[in-house]
Design a binder for this molecule. Structure first.
Ligand SMILES: Nc1ncnc2c1ncn2[C@@H]1O[C@H](COP(=O)(O)OP(=O)(O)O)[C@@H](O)[C@H]1O
Ligand SMILES: [Mg+2]
Length: 387
């Protein structure tokens, strides 16, 4: 039996959505193969394990002192393979509370989807389900992401960016730069948030000032982009690792807000979490456009060194396709895009585990050892040239 830690929560605007995705994994992981257990990171960044975390009610007014919860941490050192109790006095040996063979990261947003948790897993040599560090970090930053897509020759909407400090000190220079490259309406987005938080559309200069002020509350870097009027959105997921990639069907989500409210999402539809009526699946686009979008999605997957399941979101303007963003840990792991392709949620979890394990095995194939004589030379007084 594999000890499968399902991580969710954390200090992110998408905390609640992450709880839903985590509980969905716990519900759908094959019980004959895995002992799946919740690892909850609270809004203040404390880590917990325990039975109450399987119950959605626990999160309404989370009480860290609730009976049945243990506060834990994951040591960054390889070989410890588990979650350890925090505290315990000076003479206490670190106590392993839960063994951890593999981690499913059901994190959305900052402090979890952005490479931070992935980095910890890399240090600890724990196989984990999501993209590599670099892919996770690039996928979280809308400014760098756009630059990478552009460098790949993919169609993106034109944009400029600025720092908050620049906006505060010389707003007119930022306006001048944006207006030189773009026309109104413009979309203004904090570089690092998701779920449409802090995002605004400006039809003129006055509105631009307002939406910039809002975006500046959320991030110190801001992306300004040409707005598409009445955009049609198309999403496409990709599942895989290394050369083994499976793009999904394309979907057309109905509106802006891909996520239902916390209550709606989890309690409706038998706990499946995503309201299926709110999307067109497959999207009503031509076969050629479907292939084009699936091809772009696979190219992005490869370039960002992705792993597991990701979702790339597109904006259509007439027949023109623009890549909007990648979600390296998509809501509900995009299970609803694979289910109609004959891959039930439980099998999707199997794939996530398989790819996590393969990635660690591949990493361990690479050599990190390189013996140099530098320390000996340094001790014997030889001058070391600066690198
Ligand atoms: N340039 C744009 N033109 C028109 N609509 C846009 C544009 N950029 C984003 N949107 C709309 O805003 C939503 C949120 O923007 P997005 O870049 O996906 O950020 P988030 O990370 O918050 O999901 C998109 O789903 C889309 O509906
Ligand atoms: Mg989006």
């Amino acid at each position: 039996m594999l000890e499968l830690g399902v991580f969710f929560g954390s200090r992110a605007a998408e905390h609640d959505v992450s709880v839903i995705s985590g509980l969905q994994i716990l519900e759908n992981a094959d019980k004959s193969k895995y002992h799946a257990f919740p690892v909850y990171i609270s809004r203040t960044g404390e880590w917990f394990v325990g039975e109450p975390l399987k119950d959605i009610k626990t999160y309404r007014n989370f009480n860290p002192a609730q009976k049945g919860l243990s506060k834990v941490t994951l040591p960054a050192q390889p070989g410890l393979n588990g979650l350890y109790a925090l505290g315990g006095g000076l003479l206490c040996k670190p106590r392993r509370v839960a063994k951890l063979d593999c981690a499913i990261l059901a994190m959305h947003g900052m402090h979890g989807e952005d490479g931070t948790l992935q980095g910890l897993m890399e240090l600890a040599d724990i196989p984990y389900s999501s993209c590599s560090l670099v892919g996770s970090a690039v996928g979280m930053d809308k400014i760098v992401m756009k630059a990478v897509f552009q460098s790949m020759g993919l169609p993106v909407l034109p944009g400029v960016y600025c720092y908050r400090s620049e906006w505060r000190q010389t707003p007119d220079a930022v306006i001048e730069r944006a207006e030189r490259v773009l026309q109104y309406p413009m979309f203004v987005k904090p570089a690092n948030l998701g779920s449409s938080i802090g995002i605004g559309k400006a039809n003129d200069r006055e509105a631009f000032r307002k939406v910039m002020e809002v975006a500046a509350c959320y991030d110190r870097r801001i992306l300004i982009e040409r707005a598409v009027e009445k955009p049609v959105e198309i999403n496409c997921a990709c599942l895989g690792f290394d050369g083994d990639l499976l793009p999904s069907l394309c979907e057309q989500p109905a509106g802006w807000d891909e996520f239902l409210s916390f209550e709606d999402k989890y309690t409706r539809g038998g706990g499946k979490g995503m309201k299926s009526l709110d999307r067109k699946l497959p999207a009503p686009i031509s076969e050629a456009m479907t292939k084009q979008i699936q091809g772009y999605t696979a190219d992005i997957f490869r370039m960002l060194e992705c792993k597991g399941v990701v979702r790339v979101d597109y904006i259509l303007e007439g027949n023109a396709v623009y890549v909007n963003e990648i979600n390296t840990i998509p809501g509900s792991f995009a299970f609803y895009l694979y289910e109609p392709m004959g891959l039930p949620f439980a099998k999707l979890v199997d794939k996530l585990v398989e790819y996590a394990q393969r990635a660690l095995a591949q990493k361990q194939e690479s050599s990190f050892a390189f013996s140099s004589d530098i320390l000996n030379k340094a001790m014997s007084g030889v001058k070391i040239l600066k690198k």
